[in-house]
Design a protein around this ligand. Structure first.
Ligand SMILES: [Zn+2]
Ligand SMILES: [Zn+2]
Length: 96
């Protein structure tokens, strides 16, 4: 994992963190009409990261399944209270 701000600005840094929270609803697995097993775990895990240049962001992920189901996109939010642009890297939405 690299800091998304540092990637954008062409800087190098170390990333610390992974402090996280996770929702804990229960989403039981199921078998579809073809008898195939699915696990659609929509719990969202929020992890907080900071880089050595003090950029901060959060990453929100949830489960995914072989069928292509994902509980939601990864979202990365840059935390310093700068107003402004929304940008995207590799399918991640970034608020800077
Ligand atoms: Zn950074
Ligand atoms: Zn599935």
């Amino acid at each position: 994992m690299k800091c998304p701000v540092c990637i954008k600005e062409n800087l190098t840094s170390r990333v610390y963190g992974g402090l996280g929270q996770m929702t804990s609803a229960y989403y039981p697995p199921f078998w579809d009409e073809d008898g195939k097993h699915h696990e659609h775990d929509a719990n969202r895990r929020t992890s907080h990261y900071v880089c050595s240049l003090n950029h901060q962001w959060q990453e929100v992920t949830s489960g995914s399944c072989w069928c292509g189901w994902t509980g939601g996109k990864k979202k990365v939010i840059i935390k310093p209270d700068m107003e402004g642009e929304v940008w995207m890297i590799d399918g991640l939405y970034l608020l800077a």
